[in-house]
Design a protein around this ligand. Structure first.
Ligand code: FAD
Length: 410
């Protein structure tokens, strides 16, 4: 049976960055599991462009040497913002080869509590005992399908995350639900692939990033004012951007203010470069689906304005709802013992949950550390906070069990 000090589940931006940071601790045995960048590679459309800007798309590393620029120089792949998805995936794989060449790509089937930490059971049956566990398993388990589509086959109604290749809908009639980046970009890609597309969204207007206010601040008022109002993290509107860029501050604010900041920063938005691409796509705002049923190999959808359409497919750009009990690898007793609020774990400093030595990174940390954690740029904060916590606690853990204190910052 293998043993390690820290096991990390996940090899997306958060797991890779956390591993690179914890590997700075001499004598700390860190074992990371997961297929690198798998969610980006398999669950996002091929021709997608990143919504986050250049400065907000580096995966944090302790030496600040694994940047997008360093990747470009090493690979002679040249691109600029908006970053194409395939380049970003390749960047993540390059980061992994540089920082964690010994990544264990096997899947964790089950995690149970153990007297000394956690027992990880691999799909192949092998067991790994870890004193501390970091879950950086992403949002793939949290896809949200509105109840009207429950029970319908994926051939008729599917979530955006189920598609890599939207060209297979060429010549088909597709109804896209939602007004966030994922719904809007999928609609643009479907339209460009030759599908007949229509968008339906509950929202009464589409919020486009980089509108008149933002452009005036960025370009009209000069770089000093722009820098005062917008942090390079690129999350949240003017002013709010500077607050949410400081998770240490966010988590100390009253709960009602934290909730408001979160809603303002991660409401559905579309990148401005989608406007022109969607100009020939009909968009129905203030509408929602009240029923959906299969009809002779197609799907009949009724909206709240009593209109109906029968189309080939409904694409749900309805996003994700965090609920860590949906991580199927967490044993039910362990998942139930984590203190949660609406599915989000309550995390303390160092991203530690109410279960000692169990940490959550990425989107599950949004409720405790703010909206930055939903984006790659949050790795710059989370990896350092985790490192500080682990260094401090590793010393305590080892002293308690009478082992020599070997962990120290390299
Ligand atoms: C369409 C779309 C577009 C987006 N665009 C942007 C953008 O432009 N900029 C941005 O900052 N963010 C964007 N995001 C958000 C993005 O998903 C997150 O920022 C990012 O993926 C978070 O990284 P992560 O490491 O938490 O999770 P992920 O990248 O999802 O990685 C999860 C990892 O966990 C592993 N894993 C899961 N379960 C197991 C298991 N049982 N055993 C072993 N390994 C496991 C997976 O293999 C994977 O390696 C976008 C999201 C979507 C859906």
């Amino acid at each position: 049976m293998t043993k390690c000090d820290v096991a990390i589940i996940g090899a997306g931006p958060y797991g890779l960055s956390a591993t690179a940071h914890l590997r700075k601790v001499k004598g700390l045995d860190v074992h990371t599991f997961g297929e690198p960048m798998s969610f980006w590679e398999r669950n996002m459309p091929t021709d997608m462009l990143l919504r986050s800007g250049w400065a907000a798309s580096h995966i944090a590393d302790p030496n600040q040497s694994l940047t997008l620029e360093a990747y470009q120089a090493a690979s002679s792949n040249h691109f600029s913002s908006p970053v194409p998805l395939d380049r970003f995936v390749d960047y993540g794989l390059w980061y992994q080869r540089q920082a964690i060449p010994d990544l264990d790509q096997r899947k964790i089937a089950r995690v149970e509590s153990d007297a000394k930490g956690f027992r990880l059971i691999l799909e192949e049956g092998e067991t790994v005992l870890a004193r501390r566990l970091v879950v950086a398993a992403g949002i793939g388990s949290f896809t949200w399908r509105p109840p009207e589509f429950a029970g319908l086959p994926c051939a008729l109604a599917s979530h955006t995350s189920e598609h890599r290749e939207l060209r297979r809908f060429a010549g088909k009639q597709v109804l896209v639900i939602g007004s966030g980046q994922s719904a809007l970009e999928s609609a643009a890609l479907l339209h460009e692939s030759g599908a007949e597309v229509e968008i339906v969204a509950r929202a009464h207007q589409i919020h486009w990033l980089g509108g008149v206010v933002s452009k005036t601040i960025h370009f009209g008022l000069g770089p000093t004012i722009s820098k005062l109002l917008y942090a390079p993290t690129d999350v949240g509107p003017a002013g709010i951007s500077q607050v949410v860029a400081r998770p240490d501050l966010v988590r100390r604010l009253p709960r009602s203010i934290q909730d408001w900041l979160r809603k303002r920063s991660i409401r559905p938005l579309g990148a401005r470069w989608l406007v022109a691409r969607l100009q020939n796509v009909p968009i129905n705002l203030g509408r929602s689906v009240v029923s959906a049923a299969p009809v002779g190999g197609r799907i009949k959808v009724r909206l709240n304005d009593a209109s109906e359409r029968t189309i080939d497919h409904v694409l749900l750009g309805t996003g994700y709802r965090v609920d860590v009990s949906k991580y199927d690898f967490l044993a039910p007793e362990l998942a139930q013992s984590i203190s949660r609020f609406q599915g989000y774990p309550r995390l303390s400093e160092g991203f530690e949950s109410s279960v000692p030595r169990l940490h959550f990174l990425g989107a599950p940390a949004v409720w405790s550390f703010g909206p930055l954690m939903q984006f790659v740029v949050g790795t710059h904060y989370s990896s350092r906070a985790l490192l500080r916590c682990v260094v401090r606690k590793a010393a305590g853990d080892r002293v308690r069990v009478g082992e020599p204190l070997v962990a120290q910052l390299g």
